[in-house]
Ligand binder design. Structure first.
Ligand code: PGA
Length: 267
């Protein structure tokens, strides 16, 4: 049995005061929940604040991004060691927004401006390896754009992203990696992916991982779904055999809705 994960990706929301209030709300509601790993991923500025708030609870801390080098002249970047020193045990890597691939927001970003969010398959691979080497659990995001889905390219895009992310990773490390299937068109749009289809793609991800490192390692890996997960659609998603939890944006910004998701996954 794989332990489910419910991870809240707060994105660029919450100053420190708001982050403390939200984290305390989550701790009060589901701080001691068993049978589900709960991960809060606040913005980097709030990591230490949230770390303080979740002390004594079972809730774990994650960052939204990291850089692969240990230190040096990389203005604005954060290393795995820095995240560990803030209390992180998880890190999101290669979120579609960091890859410059947006679902609902930022339509007015020109091609040039999108380059601010510069992750590629190659940088995701480096970040993933650096996270593993440091002992952080990476949550690696993959997923297709609406145009790619309409062109029948979903399976090829997702498989390629998984293979590229895992390139050169030791087979024994595969169970320590979490992959999140996040169809870009479902992120922040309110348009959740059909549960059976999400299950199918999560199964495809597990098969690709199995081809790389063997079926038993793939069976041990957690595969999450992300994209407009809400209290009113979580039951159907979490009931799917290939879906081991959620990576949640909007619905993680309120303690009660996030707690409802955690409780659904912990059932
Ligand atoms: P959403 O975001 O739940 O707001 O759609 C999910 C994500 O980007 O991880």
């Amino acid at each position: 049995m794989r332990t489910p994960i419910m991870a809240g990706n707060w994105k660029m929301n919450c100053d420190n005061e708001e982050a403390a209030a939200l984290a305390k709300g989550v701790v009060d509601a589901v701080g001691q929940v068993a049978d589900c790993q709960v991960v809060l991923c606040p913005p980097a500025t709030a990591l230490t604040t949230v770390a303080e708030c979740i002390k004594g609870s079972k809730i774990q801390l994650g960052a939204q991004n990291m850089f692969w080098e240990e230190k040096g002249a990389f203005t604005g970047e954060l290393s795995a060691k820095m995240l560990l020193s803030c209390g992180c045990s998880f890190v999101i890597i290669g979120h579609s927004e960091r890859r410059g691939r947006f679902g609902a927001v930022a339509e007015d970003f020109t091609e040039e401006l999108r380059r601010v969010f510069g992750d590629t398959d190659a940088s995701v691979n480096r970040k993933l390896k650096a996270a593993l080497a440091a002992g952080l659990t990476p949550i690696v995001c993959v997923g297709e754009l609406i145009s790619e889905r309409q062109a029948g390219m979903t399976d090829a895009i997702v498989s390629d992203q998984v293979r590229a992310a895992l390139d050169g990773v030791e087979a024994d490390a595969l169970p320590d990696i979490v992959i999140a299937y996040e169809p870009v068109w479902a992120i922040g749009t309110g348009e959740v992916c059909d549960a059976q289809e999400a299950n199918r793609v999560c199964g495809l991800i597990r098969k690709v991982v199995g081809d790389i490192g063997g079926a038993s390692r793939a069976e041990a890996m957690r595969v999450l779904y992300g994209g407009s997960v809400k209290p009113d659609n979580i039951d159907e998603l979490i009931a799917q055999p290939e879906i081991d939890g959620g990576l949640v944006g909007g619905a993680s910004l309120k303690a009660d809705s996030f707690a409802a998701l955690v409780n659904a996954a912990a059932k």
